[in-house]
Design a protein around this ligand. Structure first.
Ligand SMILES: [Fe+2]
Ligand SMILES: [Fe+2]
Length: 264
């Protein structure tokens, strides 16, 4: 009997409360429709106050997200620090200094498989964290033999850094997906070594916006260069991400495609 492919649904940065509410309404049926075995969403902007808090993380879990990854906004709300330390299903980039709260990877058991998920952050045009390639190499060596397949959320600004990372680790991950820019890229594919890849998943947020924020405020910022308080935009929300089909026997990605679902 042919073994069924393992299906990962990865969703881009969730922006604000209205997007977590949207996912709670719509993700359960979408998840069922695409028959996802594992759903990973980047929650670094999910709190109504910016960053991520306990409430927004719980909302994502209630929506059917199994694992939350984050990025450079992860430490904005202090109350999440304990939760980061306690919950294996909430990750922060693994290349923050070890003294920071939380952990950068986990091995979870899903449908009879052990799945390694790593969250890492780029260092080009971003904070100078520990070198991401080395940090991930160390984890793969340390966990070798303890997982069936591995996924990585690379939270980064620069397309070249993300692509170089995926090329370097091609064949060692079943999928590498980029987050952070909030803009989906059109390069979803399976790399020659068998790693499913997309430079950026996009976001789950209001579409008539600048990266999920009110357009007027963003425009004003660029016109004046004065300090600004961004606000989450009104209007319809779209969830953007990618679906990866993995061969459980080889860990190779069989297919990779962009997905999106939204409000009218
Ligand atoms: Fe973000
Ligand atoms: Fe980010």
């Amino acid at each position: 009997m042919k073994t069924q492919a393992f299906r990962l649904l990865a969703l881009g940065d969730v922006v604000g409360e209205k997007s977590t509410l949207f996912l709670r309404r719509r993700l359960p049926s979408f998840r069922g429709r695409v028959r996802a075995d594992l759903v990973i969403a980047n929650g670094e902007n999910s709190s109504r106050r910016g960053g991520i808090d306990r409430e927004s993380a719980e909302m994502l879990y209630q929506s059917g997200v199994d694992l939350i990854t984050t990025g450079n906004h992860v430490f904005r709300q202090r109350e999440i620090y304990d939760f980061l330390d306690g919950a294996g299903s909430l990750l922060r980039p693994c290349n923050y200094p070890a003294r920071c709260p939380g952990r950068g990877y986990t091995v979870c058991r899903i449908g009879g498989y052990s799945v390694l998920v790593i969250n890492v952050q780029g260092t080009l045009f971003m904070d100078a964290l520990l070198p991401p390639f080395e940090a991930v190499e160390k984890i793969l060596r340390c966990e070798e033999g303890k997982y069936d397949f591995a996924f990585c959320d690379f939270h980064g600004e620069a397309t070249g850094e993300k692509l170089a990372f995926a090329s370097y680790f091609d064949s060692r991950f079943s999928a590498v997906f980029g987050t952070h820019t909030h803009v989906p890229t059109a390069d979803v594919r399976v790399l020659p070594g068998g790693t499913g890849y997309i430079t950026d998943l996009g976001m789950c947020g209001p579409i008539h916006s600048v990266l999920g924020m009110k357009k007027e405020i963003a425009v004003e910022k660029f016109l004046t260069h004065m300090p600004t308080r961004y606000e989450v935009a009104e209007g319809p929300v779209e969830a953007q991400g990618a679906l990866f089909e993995i061969c459980p026997e080889t860990g190779r990605c069989l297919s990779a495609e962009r997905v999106a679902f939204g409000e009218e």
